[in-house]
Design a protein around this ligand. Sequence first.
Ligand SMILES: *Cc1c(COP(=O)(O)O)cnc(C)c1O
Length: 371
Amino acid sequence: MSDTQTIYNLATAGVRQLVPYPPGKPISELQRELGLTQIIKLASNENPLGPGSKAIAAIQAALPELARYPDGNGYTLKSALSAKLNVDFNQITLGNGSNEILELAARTFLTTASEVIFSQHAFAVYPLVTQAVGARAKVVPAKDYGHDLQAMLHQVTQDTRMVFIANPNNPTGTYLNSTELKSFLDELPQQVICILDEAYYEYAEQADYPDSIKWLEQFPNLIITRTFSKAYGLAGLRLGYSLSGLEMADLLNRVRQPFNCNMLALAAAEAALDDQEHLQRTLSVNSQGMKQLIQAFKELDLAWIPSVGNFISVDMQRPAMPVYEALLQQGVIVRPVANYEMPDHLRISIGTAEENKLFIDALSGYLSNVQ
Ligand SMILES: *Cc1c(COP(=O)(O)O)cnc(C)c1O
């Protein structure tokens, strides 16, 4: 085995075809490349306020314990989630980010004979976890940038084992209401696992946004995933969880590594759950920031996709990559979404008022130069 090609040939077919997830550009990388001092990142849907003070205090208090392994069962965090969400302790599975739960589910249920359904423009991790286990992805064309549930149901066959639904969806910010989603679940055959990805759950304050937990009893094939990475401001610690029926949680926990969630993450997440004030401030900064960006898009005559998340995708009406590159030169990192089949859009995470203004100024400057 002298050349690397030989090693590639030893990998499974799914892995050979994998294209790695392109993360938002880290601030430190742009700093290295351009030597800029002021850089803002509105590229990974992080909380612009940072973690709350309760989470930080909990991390500091946990530091002296770091020589120990974490509690592999996440007892105190799961107890807190159980009480807050009114679900049984054993319905909860903790993950190293909710992305890990997506992967656990794929490894639990999929083989190379399985089909997996998800929507065009849906979250990029779905094709990754599907391909990594060699299952076959069926991508269903979107409707108005959102999930076309009827079309997704039509794609279900005997071989379909899993369907991913992001609600709200990233990068489009679209959402499905309670009625639509409930009738989808009613029609979905029970041998198809439905992963309902609610990473932006806390931001979706619309009256008809589903309270999906109440469906768990009726649908043992349902897995709801949530995260501390977005509204709770703890993306760097990697902590997510799923809610499901007891049998489902038992299966996921069999596949899960015993110490998949670290001690600082467990402590911080538990404290963050209790920090209502920080969450409220986060939501209010987000809705004001969303208005600020929409106002700017109106003034710049740009179309956007209405979003219920903490980000918004805007149509540049031209290939977006040069705009992205020009913004980088100004120290503004946003997210190109060509890998989501949206080559003319940029996705902007909502920042603080000041960050939003820096982005708007940089974008206006660029557009007035090219027009
Ligand atoms: C950010 C995001 C996640 C998960 O992130 P974790 O940090 O792994 O919890 C999951 N789904 C969607 C749609 C996301 O945008």
